[in-house]
Design a protein around this ligand. Sequence first.
Ligand SMILES: Nc1nc2c(ncn2[C@@H]2O[C@H](COP(=O)(O)OP(=O)(O)OP(=O)(O)O)[C@@H](O)[C@H]2O)c(=O)[nH]1
Length: 319
Amino acid sequence: MTDDAQPRDWFSRLRAGLAKTSNQLTRGITELFTKEKLDGATLDELEDLLIQADLGVGVAERITAAVGRARHERALDGAGVRAIVAQEVAKTLAPVAAPLDPPESARPAVILVVGVNGSGKTTTIGKLAETYRTAGMSIVLAAGDTFRAAAVEQLGVWAERTGATFVSKETGADAAALAYEAFVKAREQDADLLIVDTAGRLQNKAGLMAELEKIVRVLKKFDPDAPHACMLVLDATTGQNALSQVEAFQRTAGVTGLVVTKLDGTARGGILVAVAEKYGLPVHFIGVGEGVDDLEPFDADDFARALVGLPKTEKFWEF
Ligand SMILES: Nc1nc2c(ncn2[C@@H]2O[C@H](COP(=O)(O)OP(=O)(O)OP(=O)(O)O)[C@@H](O)[C@H]2O)c(=O)[nH]1
């Protein structure tokens, strides 16, 4: 794709990123609501289609019920049904769309970033560092994935780019000891923010979970409220597995919010809705591409519209 062909504003990129999901949903809905008459069987098929897009059973049922009610009020075509889907999704997601505001009173405020390897933790930390640096905050980055030299190196690049203080140790060093040193450094510098990266080998490995627990314990020795935020980065292409990841990391590290990446790599982007519905955790950012500019704060309306390929219009639809 040439630069000229690259959609520029965020909503266009979001729509392009969610195209796999929205094309599949749009195709399915259009087929259902043009060929067949709108009876109970059509509604059942709609519900199946929504469940296949990983939206979750509860949300799929609510959408189907809303379509069932609306069909008595007016003739419904594919576009009308997509609008109802978007409206229900937006309603479900509105309560969980929240920016991440580290507490100003904490010196430093600590954000722990967790998630399995390759989910997009480094990109997320880069985005956070950039965002908070722009807001005038002083930042310390701790390279807590001490097992992977490449992860440490990548984070070092972000520290340099954003002018953050970088704390790292030799490969294989104890991650909790590193978190300790990073906290001391942040205190010494009176930094506003400490962002701690962590290792992400499989979430069912007891060792990793024990390591995370230890990091949390060490941080709490300094400040019982730390970490002030624990962000779980979820790769949307892992589908239903995302749900078990939330549970595992929730138990161990007390997840306070989510980042959902790689929505561009799946036709089942509805997983974000299922996760939000099930756990009620705030969604801070979503990612629809490889770069740091493809990761943006989460907006429920924008996401809902893009999920079914609707344009960003001034006014919400009525039915
Ligand atoms: N397509 C796509 N790729 C992404 C997205 N977010 C991250 N990536 C890519 O996924 C890969 C892993 O991202 P990182 O940010 O390095 O993830 P990580 O969790 O730190 O990974 P490790 O360092 O392997 O633990 C990189 O190649 C990123 O460019 C996204 O939203 N969409």
